[in-house]
Design a protein around this ligand. Structure first.
Ligand code: PMP
Length: 411
């Protein structure tokens, strides 16, 4: 089992007072904190190796290129992609999903085709498909959610059919925290000759993901949600698709030969990576992958479930608190969305911050989901492996104080 108290020592930022209280950071679904190992790796790159990658022959350029490409190999092994050619560095999940929509979508989607997503998607897994559907005259279709907050597989079976070209679903919802049945959706998509795209932003940081086992065609995630730097992410894609696809951006780094009126592209994965990449970010992500691997993804998943198991009954027991989404810890990662009757979630988040507890409030970039749930906004506490039961207690305690404050005017 994870020793969270020990691991917390690796995160300098966690050891501070916020509003005179020890910080309890529960906004990990928005972004996670970075361990010393990642911070040191990024600093060492800038201190010792900073140079542009791929083109230079001097020693620093070779060192930078080696570290950057080594990070790609670490990511490949982490998600068990077949080869590094299938691991594209991006700016994050949003970029990855846009690339699939703009490149694969532009090439393969035609008028009358159907793109299937769900009501629980993040805006970055909705808007690129809206844009594609509008451009191509394709139809965007939404899979329902069950009253318990699960993706409705029976509805998925009704909606994924012979007209479906693309199915794109989050493996884990950033609001409800539930784990979706991606394996079954991949099978459904493939039975209908559609491709399966997975938004893995909230899955890869929290559980073991094996893209070959899932057999997904594309899989996107962000470095900053898994202890890595901001501004770097990954798009995994099967070679058979990436080879057929056109790059989305053009410029330096991605070309082979440039003639006056046409050009040829480098081989995979560089064909998609135009311009100087986020070198420090990629190297930092490699360090984050090492760090998470050392802890163990199955251990992280089990530990988060134990935290949910601990906090969920306490949260639900508070009068006036509504928890959204699946409530069985075994289908859960550490994300819990909730509301307190009569209080706006922004007021809740502000009051919790006064107690040093950082949570998010709002629509969580999932407006269609909140509309579906018929709530304008929620508060959201999201746990990671460096959170403890004490953090959970502090959250519960701060919620009680918040209720008291708004009822009686003192905190
Ligand atoms: N999808 C999900 C499920 C997310 O939680 C997020 C980040 N909140 C994204 C996509 C977008 O990630 P990024 O902003 O890092 O591109």
């Amino acid at each position: 089992m994870i020793d969270a108290l020990k691991l917390r020592q690796d995160f300098p930022i966690l050891h501070q007072l916020v509003n005179d209280e020890p910080l309890v950071y529960l906004d990990n679904a928005a972004t996670t904190q970075k361990p010393e190992a990642v911070l040191a790796k990024v600093a060492a790159y800038y201190h010792q190796d900073n140079a542009n990658v791929h083109r230079g022959v001097h020693t620093l350029a070779e060192r930078a290129t080696k570290s950057y490409e080594a990070a790609r190999e670490k990511v490949r092994a982490f998600i068990n992609a077949k080869e590094t050619a299938e691991v594209l560095f991006t700016r994050g999940t949003t970029t990855g999903l846009n690339w699939v929509a703009n490149s694969f979508g532009d090439q393969f989607v035609e008028a009358g085709d159907e793109i299937v997503i769900s009501y629980m998607e993040h805006h970055s897994n909705i808007i690129p498909w809206q844009q594609l559907a509008q451009k191509k005259g394709a139809k965007l279709i939404y899979i329902n959610i069950t009253p318990e907050g699960y993706l409705d597989l029976a509805d998925a079976k009704r909606k994924i059919g012979t007209k479906t070209k693309i199915v794109s679903i989050a493996q884990v919802s950033n609001v409800l925290g539930g784990i979706n049945p991606i394996q079954e959706l991949v099978t459904l998509a493939h039975e209908n000759d559609a491709i399966m795209v997975v938004d893995g932003a909230q899955a890869v940081p929290h559980m073991k993901v094996d893209v070959q086992q899932l057999d997904a065609d594309f899989y996107a995630f962000s470095g900053h949600k898994m202890c890595g730097p901001t501004g770097v992410g990954v798009l995994y894609g099967k070679r058979k698709w990436l080879e057929q696809m056109e790059p989305v951006e053009f410029g330096g780094e991605m070309i082979d030969f440039v003639n006056l009126y046409d050009s040829t592209w480098k081989e995979l994965p560089w064909k998609f990576e135009a311009g100087t990449p986020n070198i420090a970010g990629g190297i930092g992500l490699g360090a984050a992958v090492d760090y998470l691997t050392e802890i163990g993804m199955d251990e992280i998943h089990a530990y988060e479930q134990s935290l949910v198991d601990y906090v969920m009954p306490k949260l639900k027991a508070i009068e006036g608190v509504t928890v959204y989404g699946p409530q069985d810890p075994k289908d859960h990662t550490g994300v819990i969305a909730f509301n307190i009757e009569g209080l706006h979630p922004h007021d809740v988040a502000t009051a919790l911050d006064m107690e040093g507890v950082a949570v998010r409030a709002g629509h969580h970039c999932a407006q269609p989901l909140l509309k579906y749930l018929n709530v304008p906004a929620t508060a959201r506490a999201s746990f990671y492996f460096y959170n403890t039961k004490k953090d959970a207690d502090r959250l519960i305690d701060a919620i009680h104080k918040t209720k008291e404050f708004f009822q009686h005017g003192s905190i």
